[in-house]
Write a protein that binds this ligand. Structure first.
Ligand code: HEM
Length: 228
């Protein structure tokens, strides 16, 4: 499936009143495999693209995933805090931040005596890419911002259920908890994203949409750690 903004244009995402988030979601949903989501269109090849129910996660792998995901959230949250572009400032204190939650989870594992290592290539590569992109192309950066935070709310839930039951002895991690109603937080974020994108040209929007594929690639490499 070739997902491009060109192909997407006129496909419904630009219908009146919907806003740009609808377009980002449209492109993102197609990039899921059929096994991952009902709206997915890709074929599952790698193990992490199969149904989560079929996964065979390991605790070691899951810890690696958490450490690398934390580096990505640390980086995203620093970028938003520093706001090299004024629009980033809109996304501060959204309630979706995951850095502190993950810090608490990793601390819990350490206290229990689990070996928690440092980040590895998948997290380091993505963090580096995000930092560079955020300084030069806010539209492309915001695509990653949207995808990473919204991925955790949907796919993250499914993964949480699986690992909590099978490898965490029913321990519920902070990573999947929010201090307010999640659907409300997500809606507020959608409204902010739509507002920021109102000032974008069609070229800006297309550059953002075209970045979705990279966001999936980078994040998939981190998800894959769960099965390592
Ligand atoms: C939405 C599952 C990976 C980004 C969804 C939905 C499901 C899902 C079921 C639909 C939720 C709904 O609206 O009903 C999964 C699974 C994954 C995965 C099982 C891997 C194991 C990813 C990745 C990204 C991503 C790698 C991007 C980095 C998104 C986005 C949405 C979404 C942006 C839209 C959320 C919204 O509209 O609120 N995912 N996903 N997902 N996913 Fe994924």
């Amino acid at each position: 499936v070739v997902v491009s903004a060109e192909k997407h244009r006129g496909a419904g995402g630009e219908s009146k009143g919907k806003g740009f988030v609808e377009e980002m979601r449209f492109v993102a949903m197609k990039l899921h495999t059929r096994e991952q989501a009902a709206e997915g269109e890709m074929e599952a090849k790698a193990p992490e693209e199969q149904r989560v129910e079929k996964w065979e996660p390991t605790l070691d792998g899951y810890l690696k995933f958490l450490v690398n995901a934390k580096l990505v959230y640390d980086t995203l949250e620093e970028i938003i805090e520093e706001a090299a572009f004024a629009s980033y400032g809109e996304f501060r204190k959204s309630g979706l931040e995951r850095s502190e939650k993950l810090a608490r989870d990793l601390e819990w594992f350490r206290e229990k005596g689990y070996g928690v290592g440092g980040p590895s290539a998948p997290g380091v590569t993505y963090a580096h890419y995000l930092k560079q992109l955020s300084d030069k192309d806010p539209q492309a950066f915001i695509c990653h911002f949207y995808n990473v935070y919204f991925a955790n709310s949907a796919g993250g839930r499914i993964i949480s259920k699986k690992v909590t039951r099978e490898i965490l002895d029913n321990k519920e991690l902070e990573y999947y908890k929010y201090d307010a109603d999640l659907s409300q937080l997500l809606q507020t974020m959608r409204d902010k994203l739509n507002k920021v994108a109102e000032n974008w040209s069609r070229d800006d929007k297309n550059r953002c949409l075209e970045e979705t594929q990279k966001s999936f690639q980078f994040y998939r490499n981190i998800l894959r750690l769960i099965l390592s």
